[in-house]
Design a protein around this ligand. Structure first.
Ligand code: DC
Length: 208
């Protein structure tokens, strides 16, 4: 069984994907981390994330880079969004994601194009959304807890810029698959969002 969880930054899709993986005992791949690793490698190479050749060169990152805590930073999120625009980068990362999705026994993948491009045959497709205000607030609290000082307005502006880039790119833009179930987490806490996602997954599985 393949479970695809797509949605914008800070929508709660990562928390939901991890919970679904635990509930259905499936391996989980956070595909955003791959794009973040490419963005980080481009920066380490001194390259330009907007240049297709530099961005493609970043796809040759060493495996251990995936463990780098720096990948979780806002800066790496921005770099990831920029390198992810290039079709050559998306092609280079396709096989790894596709073979993870095709694992015997199934898998949970979260990202932007799992239900549309990587695993269009997924039995469960969730598109997780939340208002910009709710997502900015979450990110703000996370960053405060890490002792980082940033303004809520700056976070909201950054989220909106990233959303715009992810939604308007030509290759594999962030759009819900026609058969995805939408889950708006704006007014839900993590436990409520997880319960709602499990209920949606169980209904989709029963129907399949
Ligand atoms: O989910 P995230 O915030 O870690 O993703 C970072 C960026 O990577 C996101 O802004 C766009 C890109 N991305 C993508 O284009 N396709 C994916 N499947 C996952 C992430």
């Amino acid at each position: 069984m393949i479970i695809a969880v797509d949605g914008p930054t800070a929508s709660g899709k990562g928390t939901i994907a991890r919970a679904l993986a635990a509930r259905f005992r499936l391996p989980h791949l956070d595909t955003g981390l791959l794009y973040r690793a490419v963005g980080r490698q481009v920066a380490l190479n001194g390259g330009n994330p907007d240049d297709p050749a530099d961005a493609l060169a970043g796809c040759d990152f060493p495996d251990r880079l995936i463990e780098d805590p720096e990948l979780r930073s806002e800066e790496c999120g921005g770099l990831a969004s920029r390198v992810s625009v290039h079709p050559e980068v998306r092609r280079a990362l396709y096989e790894l994601q596709r073979s993870f999705a095709m694992r015997a026994g199934g898998a949970v993948l979260d990202g932007r194009d799992i239900g549309t491009v990587i695993a269009p045959e997924a039995e469960v497709k969730l598109f997780v959304t939340a208002s910009v205000a709710a997502r900015a607030e979450r990110r703000f609290r996370e960053m405060q807890a890490q002792g980082r000082s940033v303004s809520l307005a700056a976070i909201a502006a950054d989220l909106e810029a990233r959303d715009r880039r992810d939604r308007t790119r030509t290759t594999a833009p962030l759009v819900p698959a026609a058969d995805a179930v939408l889950l708006d987490t704006s007014d839900l806490g993590p436990a409520e969002a997880i319960s709602a996602a499990i209920a949606i997954a169980e209904r989709s599985i029963a129907r399949f």
